[in-house]
Design a protein around this ligand. Structure first.
Ligand code: ZN
Length: 316
């Protein structure tokens, strides 16, 4: 393929209670809310974006919190675990920090020579913290009570659970530039060389022919987005996918990036998102995430939208 993707841009998941979601990602994981907006396709619900202090691509975890949403089912055709990169030597600190907040953690046996701490968010989403040196390009946020020396650096990887390894491996190699790097049991690790030691350069595929089909609802990942450097590259990429007969959407305006969507053969919804214009497009960097931001086409409905959204507290 002609396009050289630079790894994961963001991961989007479904939550239920918006306050519990914000408390967990802002206080327990110490990330920054870099955008407080609504689901553009369903503006009566929030869309929260968490990331590093500048909202760099590759550090972004986003949620659609639907109050009262039923629980989803983890399973095949789904990104079943999202891992965040933390500095090497920080896992012990995180164990203590999370225990103080009543968050249960387990420390699986070392995996692929990495130190891993596993936990769940309030909706049961599988989260891991992985000690890794691969995050030289992000700005840790220390405004959430986690000191910069231990702070989450960004997305480390996603784990896709699949019935069939081969067809997903082909998609990762042919269209996303991820190559098989290591394997351990039924876990196959793919890395993209294009991004060097940036965040978001790892995708694990766990091959499990007996796993139930995943069901997207609260506590599950909705889609995984990969980075396109700019709009031209994205259009070229879209053309290439369409020419191969892969069902890909038109380009959609997400304000902070432009997006296209398609599914990998196992069923996981993928997105290609541009690096720009970024989260300081409609508010200054210092004020990211404090106020509800709406795209211009939703501004006329602001008072109705604000009335329908539950209020949440994120400061003080
Ligand atoms: Zn997305």
């Amino acid at each position: 393929m002609t396009i050289q993707p630079a790894g994961i841009h963001h991961v989007t998941a479904v939550a239920s209670d918006p306050q519990a979601n914000a408390d967990f990602y802002l206080s327990a994981l110490g990330m920054r809310m870099v955008k407080r907006t609504v689901n553009f396709d369903s503006p009566d619900t929030y869309h929260f974006y968490y990331g590093d202090s500048a909202g760099h691509p590759g550090t972004i975890m986003t949620f659609f919190p639907w109050p009262g949403a039923p629980k989803g089912r983890h399973g095949a055709g789904q990104a079943t675990t999202t891992a965040f990169s933390v500095p090497e030597g920080s896992i012990g600190w995180w164990e203590t920090h999370l225990a103080k907040r009543g968050v249960e953690t387990t420390r699986p046996a070392e995996r692929m020579e990495e130190d891993v701490l596993a936990l769940r968010d309030p909706d049961g989403l599988f989260i891991e913290l992985v000690a890794s040196p691969d995050h030289h390009d992000t700005d840790p946020w220390d405004g959430g009570g986690v000191p910069a020396e231990h702070a989450v650096r960004g997305i480390r990887s996603v784990t896709l659970t699949e019935h069939d390894l081969d067809r997903t491996a082909r998609m990762l190699g042919d269209h996303l530039n991820f190559r098989l790097h290591a394997e351990e049991g039924n876990r196959y690790r793919f890395r993209t060389a294009a991004a060097g030691t940036a965040v978001g350069t790892v995708v694990d595929v766990v091959a499990d022919p007996r796993a139930p089909r995943g069901l997207v609802a609260a506590g599950t990942v909705h889609h995984v987005a990969y980075r396109a450097p700019d709009a031209d590259a994205q259009v070229a990429w879209r053309t290439e996918l369409a020419n191969l007969g892969i069902g890909v959407t038109e380009v959609r305006d997400r304000q902070y990036f432009q997006s296209i969507y398609f599914r990998e053969p196992g069923g996981v919804l993928l997105e290609i998102a541009t690096d720009g214009p970024g989260f300081d497009y409609d508010e200054p960097l210092l004020e990211l995430g404090r106020a509800l931001r709406l795209p211009p086409w939703l501004e006329p409905q602001r008072s109705d939208i604000e009335r329908a959204l539950p209020s949440i507290k994120t400061e003080g």
